[in-house]
Design a protein around this ligand. Sequence first.
Ligand code: MGD
Ligand code: MGD
Ligand code: SF4
Ligand code: MO
Length: 748
Amino acid sequence: MKTRRDFIKISAMGTVGAALSGTMLSMARGNASTADPNLAHDGFARLKRTPTYCEICFWMCAGWAYTDENGKIVKITGNENDPHCNGRLCPRGTGGVGMYSDSDRLKKPLIRVTDGDKQTFREASWEEALDLVAGKMKEIKEKYGPESFALFNHGSAGHHLGYLLQAYGSTNIVAPSYAQCRGPREVGFQATFGSGVGSPEPTDIRDTNCLVLIGSHLGENMHNSQVQEMSDAIDKGVTIITVDPRFSTVASKSKFWLPIKPATDLALLLAWINVIITEKLYDRDYVEKYTTGLDQLAKHVENMTPEWAYGITTIKPDLIRKSARAMAEAAPSVIIHPGRHVTWYGDDTQRSRAMAILNGLLGSWGRRGGFYFKESKSIPEHPHPPFPKPAWSWKETLNGKYPLAGLAVSNALIDASIPSPENTHQIKAWLVAGTNLPLTMPQKDTLLKAMQSIEFMAVVDTMPMEITGYADVILPECTYLERYDELRASPNREPFIALRMPAAEPVGDTKPAWWISKQLGERLGLGAYFDYEDFSEVIDWQLKQVGSSLEEMQKIGVKKFERKSGPLYLADGADYTFHTSSGKIEFYSTELAAAGFDPMPVYTPHPEPPESFYRLNYGRAPMHTFSRTANNPNLHDLKKENDVWINPKVAKLWGIKAGQYIWLKNQDGVISDFPVMVRVTERIRWDSVYMVHGFGHTDKKLSRAYGRGASDSDLITKVQIDPIMGGTGMRGNFVTFLTEDPQKEAKS
Ligand SMILES: Nc1nc2c(c(=O)[nH]1)N[C@H]1C(S)=C(S)[C@@H](COP(=O)(O)OP(=O)(O)OC[C@H]3O[C@@H](n4cnc5c(=O)[nH]c(N)nc54)[C@H](O)[C@@H]3O)O[C@H]1N2
Ligand SMILES: Nc1nc2c(c(=O)[nH]1)N[C@H]1C(S)=C(S)[C@@H](COP(=O)(O)OP(=O)(O)OC[C@H]3O[C@@H](n4cnc5c(=O)[nH]c(N)nc54)[C@H](O)[C@@H]3O)O[C@H]1N2
Ligand code: SF4
Ligand SMILES: [Mo]
């Protein structure tokens, strides 16, 4: 039997630590006594440690980067005092060193040049590249107003460039983590509890008795402390209920696995609600005190019996009843996990609402083993002049659609970049930082059209990713291990802050985003917003406001503060006002009703695969993050390419063998750029195929990742847009198989 650590694969040393060379290990046994707490720590003589937090994904685990006597970073470990990681990084975080050491990194600013009909990039000095970007920003501002300059971002660089953009006069700042990721659940939970979910999710997995995962593939989705808590809960015998058309890693640890027909989850959720209400399994005291709309809900689900859902979901009525009872038995120590990447079928806000309602019925919100009340440390803003008020914002680009969108909608800003009579507000130029849009956005044609329509595009990235190929100017950022960034102050059970500071000199001619923003700001006459020489001054000032200092944080990396917002859980019978219009948990949503949407979730069928086509299903691999790690030398070693999972029945029908390379072609005739290896497995239903997202890189400068595996994004040409918040449902695409090299067909 596999051990727990085997399954989770989050360890103190991890892959890179374990791969340290013999010399390094003998060094480790050397002299360990010194007065400086950041020297010779962890038994590694002559290694100096520097606090950081990880940027390989957005869990942002705090850790220590270790440098050798030559100032080179050799390993990263977790910070013991950080609740995001408890001293243990996931394989990706440990492999973060590879992001620093990758020989393919961008090292010089690059400017696009046209020579006849040939376009190339030439190296430029920072002076020249920054002058060019600032000049264009001035020009766009004069011609069209600052609002027509948009920032597409994800991660730390975006904070600095977002600050610059606001000083410049634009709030058209957007990240794919909303409309391609967790937007729908934020809106669905907000409408129900008056509070979104946020990151990290306040799921009290540590103390839960029942964890319900609907498509959420924790263990492959490697969000660190969440996975650690789940692994501990498994040891304690927690009941896990996994709903997934694929036998995921966590399905193998589950008491109930419900191999649902894809796209039908809402029917299952409504049937569960039906069982819990008709069998009176809900938390009566909680429901009476804190919720409204039970009667309407009961009436709404009256006919949505397990027998009704069976016809839709293929899950047997008995299994639906048994799993509902298991949840109720554990309640209120039960979590219907909200999931994270939830833009699936276009009715995603409503599916999230059904999950929120189920949590409300079982009384798990604000309860031990359910959802705790999170708290974060508020960090005062470094003083700066007020931002100018923009004449319009991303809201106007929605043209009255998606009324409940709480953040900018990337796909709407992309549409607003393509001239059309419908566009009352036109985007004319982009700054892109930390998002590889060609592998992130569905509907690549629309993205390409937008990138061809805009007048200017500058990209701030660390790697020659696909997005850089479309830039007019490429500004190479140094990695998170070589720079200061904002203090991390994400919510948790208790408020914590974490420091990131440079552990090594930036490789090549790379610079941090704070410096790039300041340089551009000064060229734009916005110097007053950047009243410091080095970003460390801002951090030190902020730390002093909260009773710490840069000096202290350099030694400890992470600092804990007292909770101020009240208890972690609702005390028995305590009064509590939820931030909904009724002040209660709303089973019947007044907000949705007022905006003209179904106040309670309604199941609607979604398109089925045409004959000889299979639903394209995708997800995560534990050792990779999206497209950003495919070229990372350490992580590439662990998994070089993705494969396509095909059910044995289907493989037999097609005469396809395990290990064979095939091409995928979608319903719109789009063929994968590269062939992908077949994995024949019972773990996927016959009506679907599965692949890990983030492979199939087309940029040849990515020497390891180029041409390895296939990109799911290219095959996602169709989206179902969530009418409530604008998210792009991406799981309604279907593929068929090509066993011969389709080169000609692909080119024509
Ligand atoms: N087909 C498909 N599309 C998806 C998903 C999917 O599963 N399938 N998942 C969706 C989800 S959930 C999300 S959250 C998004 C994620 O989407 P993105 O965040 O766009 O993900 P990546 O493709 O990893 O792109 C990250 C980019 O940031 C760069 N980068 C990394 N570190 C730094 C840094 O420190 N500074 C700078 N300046 N750049 C850096 C990388 O080199 C890369 O170009 O994708 C969404 N899109
Ligand atoms: N290792 C690693 N971990 C990550 C990331 C990463 O890149 N790498 N990214 C992080 C980010 S930003 C996000 S948003 C999360 C995403 O992680 P999650 O929110 O957990 O994942 P999803 O992509 O929504 O779901 C993937 C699972 O949904 C199943 N699925 C597909 N269709 C259906 C369906 O119709 N019904 C049901 N019930 N299940 C279905 C798939 O089989 C797969 O197991 O992961 C985070 N963690
Ligand atoms: S979960 Fe892994 S990749 Fe994400 S921040 Fe933590 S260590 Fe880094
Ligand atoms: Mo995400």
